[in-house]
Design a protein around this ligand. Structure first.
Ligand code: PEP
Ligand code: MN
Length: 345
């Protein structure tokens, strides 16, 4: 729409888009409103739309992902995690964020200890798995709702929003009650029903890249969430399967500038799952940040040997703290600033 388009003109375009059988998606920017028409291209009479009052131009988005594309939303999106009982943390554009914590929430005491370590080291969001996707059905599967309660209490006490994985549509309602952000795991990137279900909520979604997904597949998965009206999608590059077997996965650093070019969505990097081994975690985090990521999600443990899950890749708290110092410096070069850690409780 023209920058000065009146509300009546916007309403008229929305009504016309809907009359032609598409869904209208309104994105009100600082300077102008963009109306997305979501549906079959053939159904839309573009000339008619272009002739309506207040319409500046009609742009067909050729990319298969529409709402996720830069064509639809030129500026970087900024996603806010938290609010309510904890401060809001911004991710995207000039805002970088660090999400840190244990792989799995194994007991309340370890969670509280690790949470204090990561907060003191500079993380602004607490991670931790209550429901774990494990390769073997006999491995520790997580403490479920009990762990969610521990996380909520811990996040509230330390002033940190929390982020935890949802694996199944049946868990969405429960997890939504506790968490500030959903994590969709790599193995669920194409669980389309799950994507739609979290899309119906208004909590941000951290969408990990699938183990064998292309950047296009990944953005189409983001589109599933966006298409339900949830605009809070954060992409997460966590490594893909390649022929290389010296590391757990191969961190595809290239996907970061590609995703940044194709999409307005914030993107963070997960060096822990890509590396599988703590020796490599810092280098990958720095590389991801240098390539244009808006932060990291990283696993930390004060005694990795005790961890039931992903101990070998957990950073020690003092190493994490030093990594954050380095990441802040790279951030400064690239005009991205990490939020200050919450004020100690
Ligand atoms: C995790 O974050 O602990 C996890 C299981 O990640 P991914 O889905 O990337 O393997
Ligand atoms: Mn893990």
């Amino acid at each position: 729409m023209n920058p000065n388009a009146e509300k009546a003109s916007i309403d008229r375009v929305v009504a016309e888009v809907e009359r032609m059988g598409s869904r209208a998606h309104i994105s009100a920017g600082k300077f102008r409103t963009v109306i997305g028409a979501i549906g079959e291209e053939g159904q839309l009479d573009q000339n008619h739309l272009a002739s309506l009052d207040g319409v500046e131009k009609v742009v067909p988005i050729m990319k298969p992902y529409k709402l996720a594309s830069r064509e639809f939303h030129e500026d970087d999106s900024v996603v806010e995690i938290g609010g309510g009982s904890v401060p809001k943390v911004k991710v995207g554009g000039p805002h970088a964020a660090c999400i840190a914590g244990p792989c799995a929430v194994e007991n309340e005491e370890m969670l509280n200890r690790i949470a204090r370590h990561v907060r003191d080291g500079g993380a602004s969001i607490l991670r931790g798995g209550a429901f774990k996707p494990r390769t073997s059905p006999y491995s520790f599967q997580g403490h479920g709702e009990t762990a969610l309660k521990w996380m909520r209490a811990c996040g509230d006490e330390l002033g940190m929003p929390i982020c935890t994985e949802v694996m199944d549509t049946r868990q969405v309602e429960l997890i939504e009650r506790y968490t500030d952000a959903f994590q969709i795991g790599a193995r669920n990137m194409q669980n389309f029903d799950l994507l739609r279900e979290v899309g119906k909520t208004r909590k941000p979604v951290l969408l990990k890249r699938g183990l064998a997904a292309t950047v296009k597949d990944w953005l189409l998965s983001a589109e599933y969430v966006l298409s339900q009206g949830n605009q809070g999608v954060i992409l997460c590059e966590r490594g893909i399967k390649t022929f290389e077997d010296s590391i757990r996965y191969t961190l595809d650093v290239t996907s970061i500038p590609v995703a940044n070019q194709w999409s307005h969505l914030p993107i963070i990097v997960d060096p822990s799952h890509a590396a599988g081994k703590r020796d490599y975690v810092c280098s990958l985090a720095l590389a991801g940040m240098a390539a244009g990521a808006h932060g990291i999600i990283v696993e930390v443990h004060y005694c990795p040997a005790e961890a039931q899950c992903d101990g070998p890749q957990a950073l020690l708290p003092e190493v994490f703290k030093e990594l954050m110092n380095q990441l802040r410096q790279i951030g400064a070069i690239l005009k991205k600033e990490f939020a200050d850690a919450a004020v100690p409780a």
